[in-house]
Design a binder for this molecule. Sequence first.
Ligand code: PBG
Length: 336
Amino acid sequence: MDKTHLVDTVTGHRRMRRNRKADWTRRMVQESRLTVDDFIWPIFIVPGTGIVDPIKAMPGVNRMSVDKAVEAVKEAADLGIPAIATFPDIEMDLRDVTGSQSLVADNLINKATAAIKKAVPNIGIITDVALDPFTSHGHDGILRDGVIVNDETVDQVVRAAILQADAGADIIAPSEMMDGRIGAIRRGLDAAGHQDVGIMSYATKFSSGYYGPYREAINTSGLLKGDKNTYYVSPANGTEALRDAALDVEEGADMMMVKPGLAYLDICWRVKEAFGLPTYAYQVSGEYSQIKAAAMNGWIDGERIMMETLLCFKRAGCDGILTYFAIEAAKKLAKG
Ligand code: PBG
């Protein structure tokens, strides 16, 4: 026999391809799986009624008035999506240096929460308490003499969180990256009788270029002066992000989030391994838009890459994904 085609005798009997040979073997050995339970759908809310306003930099994503958002969230609940995350795009003349709108009990975000909770009681509502949608400078905190002041921002964020919980928010996800905020929000919520309202930590939020389209969506890109490097984590620093996450765990976070997602899968893995808490990746606006743009150009198969990226978050240890693809991916899963 001509042995030139025989593979090496030591490894030759270890054939990885046996388990890949058929659809049924591949299904048997599949390690990670994507289900509709994995999705958290972020949505953008605008004032007014009857508004469904496409966001240019995010093809397929709209800003919606509260009435339209209620309809859309009903669809999400019918598809089985467990939770949504809301972000407001408020009137320019309501934005100021301290983001005082965040302390108005019936502001846009709280109106949306109350209306959605009433109409769709069985979907979870996750709200952000960062001040950026409310400030005239687009920063996440109170700006004084060129500095985002930590402790005063935390005080305000706690008060905003209590108002959000009063309106019906189920989980507070503070994205403003001030030190000490998780503990302060926990104490504030408990003192206000909101012991059952959870906190999803954004501890590993990186100072990223991937947030560009989101800033168009909530109209902060024209406002933002400078960058957020004095409070977000540097993309270079994984170990520092883990230390930040450890503080949030100690302070009482119920769930962890890594943001952005795909470029930070190592952080997803490390956070899940280190703390064992439910861990979510935020596949942010720029990640969404880059897939959409390439797909629209016919350069990639957008649907395939949507499903692949979402599955890869699961492989990397995530319990779920905040993704603008939630509806599209849920429909695809439902079709099988
Ligand atoms: C800010 C905030 C950001 C996102 C959600 N809340 C980032 C930022 O503008 O700094 C990004 C979400 C996305 O890009 O999809 N508090």
